[in-house]
Design a protein around this ligand. Structure first.
Ligand code: HEM
Length: 503
């Protein structure tokens, strides 16, 4: 057969041989290892590569190819970041995974693909480290990450500025065109992150176009490029792929600029709410408890995680409340009934519907929709059912868990804040039990759950209080809804038509 083909085509044999060898190598590289669990299905590799030729949103991709096998088997084998992994959504599997950090150990890109652009960005940090190193980082950073915020004024000030700016933008555009909200949201999120974790007012919201903020847009585009996202092996060859060389340069620039910025921050007296993450990191570096590299990695990951997730959640908020005027009005009524213009932390925490709306947003639009960043440290049997070999990467999909009818009931896909409870106490109880059971994993669960959850929820409550009080919005009728195709989940390019409320 091979002889026949060679005899009937005009290509030189060398080229044909090269193609065959390449195809064989590709097959070898992408084949499912025989040691992977056999009692769960394999998602065809082309689904993971869809981003290369299609711009389908991650909700559509999930519904079309992942929902059925995942809801039936609880876990699947899936290609991600250049290898086959086990992805789970059945809550009992997740409880097992999250409770047994010794078996399903955190191992982010610094372990999985240490040569890659993303690894050069995040390094070894509090989110992706394991064991003793993680305990060290946590002992240093946790007090700063979880400090109680009693003074709501700094967040309120940034939220006021945010509302002022979207109103100005709307005025410039006129009534027929919606405001592109994401760039303004990013500036707000970076400003809030700066004043609460870096002890510096970066003034990203007041002064657009600053390099540290501009770099975030470039970084987000660089990291989620579908080709390099799926084949990070290509990052090994920056001299062939010039854009990867540029990408490494960008990551370096971001780290340098951030370290320089916090080093030069003006010193001020300790506030009533205590030291910030950067102060604790500074001290640990000075005392020799962490290296310069560890300092840098943890500073960068705090910068990224403390602004990006909330940024995307707010994009989803504009979409959901812009579409659901009844919910927007009901939330506004709760806020206006307080009669307050300067809400304190206690006041925003006392509003049940505000809390429930935020949780429902996180349920249907979890910014961290999927993560595969744990590795088995021995042979493991996930949930007593799926035998997984040692050194296999495992992960979870929050969008899948949160929209599974067998987990959340027949209205799982509807936006219904009332499902969380009627008063703050019952909402807190629902949140606690749903998290423990791994029915709700927007902030993950058990030992490695998010340490910034309290801050993120407070920040959203204060901003929504200010927004609902001062503006009304609808989604621009010309906007076509589409979620990101991978990475952080959020509507892409959302435009909202903003109207100032008469007071
Ligand atoms: C809406 C906002 C947020 C969402 C949805 C979110 C979500 C998450 C998720 C899913 C994880 C687990 C990651 C994993 O399994 O690897 C996590 C961990 C973490 N988050 Fe957040 N996060 C948010 C805001 C924040 C903020 C504002 C901070 C502040 C710096 C923060 C700091 C952290 C830290 C330090 C961890 C690692 C905890 C550990 O492993 O011990 N997060 N977050």
């Amino acid at each position: 057969m091979y002889q026949w083909i060679l005899g009937h085509i005009t290509w030189p044999r060398g080229i044909l041989g090269l193609i065959l060898v390449s195809l064989l190598a590709l097959y070898w590289f992408t084949r499912v290892p025989s040691s992977m669990p056999r009692n769960i299905p394999t998602v065809p590799i082309y689904i993971s590569l869809l981003g290369l030729w299609s711009d389908m949103g991650q909700d559509d991709i999930y519904d079309r190819w992942l929902r059925e096998p995942l809801e039936r088997y609880g876990a699947v084998k899936i290609w991600f970041a250049g290898r086959w992994n086990v992805l789970a959504t059945r809550p009992s599997f997740l409880v097992d995974m999250f409770r047994h950090e010794d078996v399903y150990a955190k191992a982010g890109s610094q372990k999985k693909i240490p040569w890659s652009v993303i690894a050069s960005l995040v390094g070894d940090n509090i989110i992706n480290s394991h064991g003793e190193t993680w305990r060290l980082y946590t002992s240093i950073m946790k007090p700063g990450l979880q400090r109680r915020i009693t003074d709501s004024r700094p967040l309120l000030e940034k939220s006021r500025k945010f509302v002022d700016i979207i109103l100005e933008e709307q005025q410039i555009l006129g009534p027929d065109r919606g405001v592109l909200v994401n760039p303004i949201i990013q500036r707000w999120a970076i400003s809030c992150m700066g004043i609460h974790f870096m002890d510096v007012d970066l003034e990203a919201i007041e002064r657009p176009g600053q390099r540290l903020e501009v770099l975030q847009t470039i970084i987000k585009m660089t990291l989620f490029h579908p080709l390099f996202f799926n084949f990070p092996q290509l990052d090994r060859y920056p001299y062939i792929f010039r854009q990867r060389k540029v990408a490494f340069g960008i990551m370096q620039e971001f780290g340098d600029l951030l370290c320089e910025t916090v080093k030069q921050r003006p010193s001020h007296d300790e506030t009533a709410d205590g030291d910030q993450v950067v102060d604790y990191l500074d001290r640990a570096l000075k005392e020799g408890r962490i290296t310069e590299e560890q300092y840098r990695a943890n500073l960068k990951v705090t910068f990224l995680t403390a602004h990006e997730n909330t940024q995307q959640l707010l994009n989803s908020t504009f979409w959901v409340l812009g579409q659901n005027q009844d919910i927007q009005q009901r939330l506004r009524a709760e806020i206006l009934a307080t009669g307050e213009e300067d809400p304190s932390t206690e006041l925003v925490h006392s509003l049940p519907y505000l809390f429930a709306v935020i949780l429902e947003l996180l349920r249907l639009y979890p910014p961290v929709s999927q993560l595969i960043n744990r590795v088995t440290t021995s042979v493991a049997v996930l949930g007593g059912k799926v035998a997984i070999p040692n050194r296999t990467w495992v992960g979870w999909n929050a969008f899948g868990v949160h929209t599974d009818l067998s987990v959340w009931g027949s209205d799982a896909r509807e936006f219904n804040p009332d499902r969380w409870g009627k008063d703050v106490k019952s909402i807190q109880n629902t949140l606690r039990s749903k998290t423990t059971q791994c029915h709700f994993i927007a902030f993950n669960a058990h030992s490695r759950k998010c340490l910034g959850q309290g801050f993120a929820v407070l920040q959203m409550k204060i901003l929504l209080f200010e927004m609902l009080r001062r503006i009304e919005w609808t989604v621009d009728p010309q906007y076509e809804f589409k979620l990101t195709s991978g990475g952080i989940m959020a509507p892409l390019g959302l435009r909202a038509v903003i109207n100032e409320r008469s007071r």
